[in-house]
Design a protein around this ligand. Structure first.
Ligand code: NAD
Ligand code: UGA
Length: 454
């Protein structure tokens, strides 16, 4: 059995590494048109940082896991081809700014039709608008060979990808369950996952349910964050504490405690793009009220980020021009080097508009990447990159914590306080620090949904 995955990104790389480890008798080829990315997967410094990933890759790479740019021959020789390419928001033409750009997926389907010598099982791993499998099917049908198209969306979260892949809440497989060929394809893919996933966790549905379930899952998760963030604004005015409210509300077993952590807003490559896609689909099918409902989740997220940067500005007397501000963390969440749609981008852009001097420290994100996200030059006098959090805070008027890296929780804030300008502020955008202790040290402290702590 040979598997080929097109797309060696945050999903393709980790997913196939775990699959190769769990199926030592299966050869897994991960291919990409990005030669630099493939070289990195074959080198010592993997392009994706995930706890535990380097160990998995080193165990199976060059045994039954191979990274290559030879798309044609790997696709041709595979029995199962996963499509795990990016599906960003369309930036041009009809549906720009909302619809998903499925051009990369379409070119994969065309490539499979072009190079294959016989039928295969083609699996959508990318997150796609509902009914994309129809597009793939009709392209493959032109080849005259017998292809089966399945939807098998990925639910891993960055920062915990290996754990999520090894022990998923569920595996979703959508296929043409009305035909014997479709059922055989579903069973084949299921048999691979059954090597390590309990069959009771493998959900089989029709294609469209599977495609739509992925968008819905992300929309629900994002909605919970926007819901608690909306409450955080109310907490700040009324003196309620958002973490206490989340705890009280989340202990209702019908609601549950996860994804109720108030923050500066959600980031990451998918929540925004998938919500936009859902909004677009609703509008396309003339469901204006449903579209408005999901759009509000995004509006709330934008509001939360803007509210936070405004709070920093107002606290520092409405003036941060030339003031040194220490930025703790830039990735969109902890334990990843991914900065796509990180809330830090909007918050820092607001500070730069005010001509602040930003001193960055993130344990995994390079200065080059931060500059690319902010559209500034590394030599821009408004930005500085520090080798440690302590050095970023040295001489700063404020610390602005944007990512919940564990090392920020463990810092010696008493020592840091002594090196800062007074009054020294901490803006905890993740509510992860001990605010009582910080107040005792002498900081002015501002969390999310915490009322006035200074
Ligand atoms: P990514 O941008 O990290 O990786 C995609 C890769 O596909 C890139 O390396 C790109 O060069 C390659 N590619 C594009 N077109 C190609 C082609 N024609 N041939 C060969 N390679 C090609 O994207 P990602 O974060 O891995 O996401 C991939 C998909 O998975 C998206 O649809 C996303 O919504 C979904 N998803 C992502 C996550 C996540 O945590 N990042 C989780 C679940 C689902
Ligand atoms: C999310 C989903 O959790 C995955 O199931 C899904 O597969 C993936 O999107 C995807 O389709 O790409 P991810 O974006 O990697 O995963 O990370 P999350 O843990 O969901 O965090 C997203 C953002 O929400 C982060 O900025 C995080 O800090 C924020 N967040 C999360 C909160 O602000 N509060 C919370 O309670 C949880």
């Amino acid at each position: 059995m040979r598997i080929c995955c097109i797309g060696a990104g945050y999903v393709g790389g980790p997913t196939m590494a775990v699959m190769a480890r769990k199926c030592p008798d299966v050869r897994v080829d991960v291919v990409d048109i990005d030669a630099a990315r493939i070289a990195a997967w074959n080198g010592d410094c993997l392009p994706v940082f995930e706890p535990g990933l380097a160990e998995v890759v080193s165990e199976v790479r060059e045994k039954n896991l191979f990274f290559s740019t030879d798309v044609d021959s790997c696709v041709r020789d595979a029995d199962i081809v996963f499509i795990s390419v990016n599906t960003p928001t369309k930036t041009y033409g009809y549906g720009a700014g909302r619809a998903s750009d499925i051009s990369f997926v379409e070119s994969c389907a065309r490539k499979i039709a072009e190079v294959s010598k016989g039928g295969k099982v083609v699996v959508e791993k990318s997150t796609l608008p509902v009914r994309t499998a129809e597009v793939i099917r009709s392209i493959l049908a032109g080849s005259g060979m017998d292809f089966q198209v399945l939807s098998n969306p990925e639910f891993l979260a960055e920062g915990s990808a290996v754990r999520d892949l090894e022990n998923p809440d569920r595996v979703l497989i959508g296929g043409d369950d009305a035909s014997p060929g479709g059922r055989a394809a579903i069973d084949l893919l299921s048999s691979i996952y059954e090597r390590w996933v309990d069959p009771s966790k493998i959900i089989k549905t029709n294609l469209w349910s599977s495609e739509l379930s992925k968008l819905t899952a992300n929309a629900f998760l994002a909605q919970r964050i926007s819901s608690i963030n909306a409450i955080s604004a109310l907490c700040e005015i009324t003196g309620a504490d958002v973490d206490e409210v989340a705890r009280a509300v989340g202990s209702d077993s019908r609601i549950g405690s996860k994804f109720l952590k108030s923050s500066i807003g959600f980031g990451g490559s998918c929540f925004k793009k998938d919500l936009l896609n859902l909004v677009y689909l609703c509008e396309h099918f003339h469901l204006a009220e449903a579209a408005a409902y999901w759009r509000a989740v995004l509006d709330m997220n934008r509001y939360q980020k803007a509210r936070f940067s405004r709070k920093v500005l107002d606290s520092l007397f409405g003036n941060i021009r030339s003031k040194r501000i220490a930025i703790f963390g830039f990735s969109f969440k902890e334990n990843t080097n991914d900065t796509r749609e990180s809330p830090a981008i909007d918050v820092c852009a607001d500070f730069l508009n005010e001509h602040a001097h930003l001193a960055f420290y993130d344990p995994r994100v390079s200065p080059k990447q931060i500059c690319a996200e902010l559209g500034v030059d590394e030599n821009d006098p408004r930005v500085e990159f520090c080798p440690s959090a302590e050095e970023a805070a040295d001489g700063a008027y404020a610390i602005v914590l944007l990512t919940h890296w564990e090392e920020f929780v463990l810092l010696d804030y008493e020592k840091i306080y002594a090196t800062m300008k007074k009054p020294a502020w901490i803006f905890d955008g993740r509510n992860c620090l001990d605010h009582r202790l910080l107040l005792e040290i002498g900081y002015n402290v501002c969390g999310i949904g915490k009322g006035n702590l200074s």
